[in-house]
Design a protein around this ligand. Structure first.
Ligand SMILES: *Cc1c(COP(=O)(O)O)cnc(C)c1O
Length: 386
């Protein structure tokens, strides 16, 4: 048996030990953390909807109507009227023929990949794809190939050499730790030429990008029977859960074959009702997206001249690359003493040597929040050089 104490000490010595902090109260620009208040640049609640009164009210009303639990998998007796309504709302929101709910994004990716491919087939993933896509590919038994980040030409070469009966290409639409966008139109065209499905994980684009926040595929004008969208609802939508959207026949098949759909209890009906409420706010309140874009520009201007630089990104994810794990952690701790919560992201979440501060913005941040962060980073940089 492994000595877990020793293994944990080893992780700690490499600066790779992860810890949790207890947050009291709701999400928002300020978080109540262990008897202090911290200004948060650490959440994926990009639109500031996680504590929106209209969403809370929709959940409350539905709780009184449905109670709490769904009590069974959707294929047994757990598929509620609220869930059915949500799937219609999701399909309409994304401009896709149909949608199917999953308990969360991780499970959606595992389920969908396993439903579409298996032993003898091939999954081709962008090198920086989310762990859930890689895990889904591995679990499916298909052979796993990798293409260089955002490189549609190299993807085409990989597909041209592949003789598997079924091919599936997967990519984040907006990369979770980098904030840049995939070339979706090119990826979809390459997949069409090589008879491959394309699964687009829009965890960080849904609600934020595209007309009325309808996501990265809508922004790119991509919609085709071989393209599947996976959207998560715990990030910009401010609730929880996930869904797959695409061509109806494909979704009907996924429902019959996705093990994470079949063998898992449905989400609470109240969550579905809250999510429908969230979608209507996302469509209606354009100011949240405008504000996010403004804040990204402000932040990028405010952080020029630091010894570390931001990756090119015009999304809510603004990673400041620091390189060294220990330095990233030290900076994160230093900011914390000044009342700011900016997470250090280290390997294996990101490639070795690219440890970073992952700054994430929310539509509810103020101009002064941005300057507080910039000033704190400037002080930290001076200390670092002293
Ligand atoms: C967060 C995330 C997921 C997982 O979604 P959950 O609903 O949180 O399980 C999947 N893919 C990407 C790119 C993500 O960022």
């Amino acid at each position: 048996m492994m000595d877990t104490h020793e293994a944990l000490a080893e992780l700690a010595s490499q600066g790779l030990l992860r810890t949790r902090r207890v947050v009291a109260g709701p999400q928002g620009p300020y978080l109540e953390v262990e008897d202090s208040q911290l200004l948060s640049f650490c959440s994926n609640d990009y639109l500031g909807l996680a504590n929106h009164p209209e969403i809370v009210a929709a959940a409350t009303t539905a709780l009184h109507k449905y109670g709490m639990g769904a009590a069974a998998s959707p294929l047994i007796s757990g598929h509620s009227a609220a869930q059915e309504q949500l799937e219609h709302d999701l399909a309409a929101f994304c401009g896709q023929p149909a949608a199917l709910s999953f308990s969360n994004g991780y499970m959606a990716n595992l389920g969908v990949i396993g439903a579409l491919v298996g032993v003898g087939d091939t999954v081709v993933v962008d090198r920086l794809s989310h762990a859930s896509l890689i895990d889904g590919a591995r679990l499916s038994g298909a052979s796993l190939k990798v293409f260089p980040h955002n490189d549609a030409a190299r993807l085409e070469q990989v597909l041209a050499r592949c003789s598997s009966p079924r091919k599936l290409v997967v990519s984040d639409a907006v990369f979770s730790m980098d904030g840049d966008a995939a070339p979706l139109a090119n990826l979809a065209a390459v997949c069409a030429r090589h008879d491959a499905w394309l699964l687009v994980d829009d965890a960080h684009g849904l609600g934020v990008l595209g007309p009325q926040g309808r996501g990265s595929l809508a922004a790119a004008g991509v919609q085709a029977p071989h393209v599947l969208l996976m959207g998560t609802l715990g990030k910009a939508a401010g609730v929880a859960g996930a869904f797959i959207a695409g061509e109806s026949g494909l979704l009907a098949w996924i429902m019959q074959r996705a093990r994470t759909y079949m063998f898992s209890t449905a989400n609470p009906p109240a969550l579905a009702a809250a999510t429908s409420a969230s979608l209507s706010i996302i469509v209606r309140e354009e100011w949240r997206r405008q504000r996010l874009r403004q804040l990204a520009t402000q932040l990028r201007t405010a952080l020029t001249g630091l010894p570390w630089s931001l990756l090119p990104s015009d999304t809510a994810i603004q990673p400041l690359i620091v390189g060294d794990n220990h330095l990233a952690r030290r900076l994160s701790q230093r900011l914390r003493t000044e009342g700011l919560w900016v997470p250090a992201i280290c390997p294996p979440t990101v490639p070795k040597g690219t440890a970073r501060l992952r700054i994430s913005l929310s539509a509810l941040h103020t101009d002064s929040h941005i300057s507080q962060l910039a000033e704190a980073l400037r002080r930290a940089a001076q200390e670092h050089h002293a």
